[in-house]
Design a protein around this ligand. Structure first.
Ligand code: IMP
Ligand code: MG
Length: 168
């Protein structure tokens, strides 16, 4: 599998247009999950026309390699108040959904008006979470991918395209 730069940028513009439409007249706070979502967040926000804020947070959940431990202890770096605000979480990829479920639980404890998940990539065949992400750039097969923010052992985040890792 391979996703070209053009295709990624088109999907991101489509997502931004949907958000601009669905949240018309509302004030949104985007919560981007580091490190993976840094590039996606930057490109998406360029096409958002709503009054908005963005905050970058880090979770301790993933410890490298090709499998997920699913451990999320806390959200680090959320210094903005999200009380009564429309929250859109920005993720690079939703795989099993364990990470995003825990992030949603942590954010809901801060009494936001609403919480939705906007993810660039989604692996429906791997998903075991409670609720599928509402805003999805692309659904992909259950394969490990790198590039455009996504890493393999912290490498490959700088690539402009998305590549499937060889499995051998
Ligand atoms: P989940 O908890 O299984 O949904 O996994 C979420 C996290 O695992 C993501 O935020 C990524 O950091 C990492 N991850 C899952 N699948 C991939 C992949 O295909 N490539 C790179 N990272 C991945
Ligand atoms: Mg990672």
């Amino acid at each position: 599998m391979f996703i070209r730069e053009n295709e990624l940028q088109e999907k991101i513009k489509t997502l931004a247009a949907r958000i601009n439409d669905e949240y018309q007249g509302k004030e949104v706070i985007f919560i981007a999950i580091l490190n993976g979502a840094f590039m996606f967040a930057a490109d998406l926000l360029k096409s958002i026309t709503l009054p908005c804020e963005i905050s970058f947070v880090k979770v301790s959940s993933y410890h490298g390699g090709m499998s997920t431990t699913g451990r999320v202890d806390e959200l680090i770096g959320l210094n903005a108040s999200i009380e009564n605000k429309e929250v859109i979480i920005l993720e690079d990829i939703v795989d099993t959904g364990i990470t995003i479920d825990k992030i949603i639980t942590l954010l809901k404890a801060e009494s936001p008006a609403s919480v939705k998940v906007c993810t660039l990539l989604y692996k429906p065949d791997a998903f075991k979470g409670k609720k599928a992400p509402e805003l999805v750039g692309m659904s992909i097969p259950n394969k490990f991918v790198v590039g455009y923010g996504l890493d393999y052992d912290e490498k490959g985040r700088n690539l402009r395209e998305i590549y499937q890792l060889k499995e051998d």
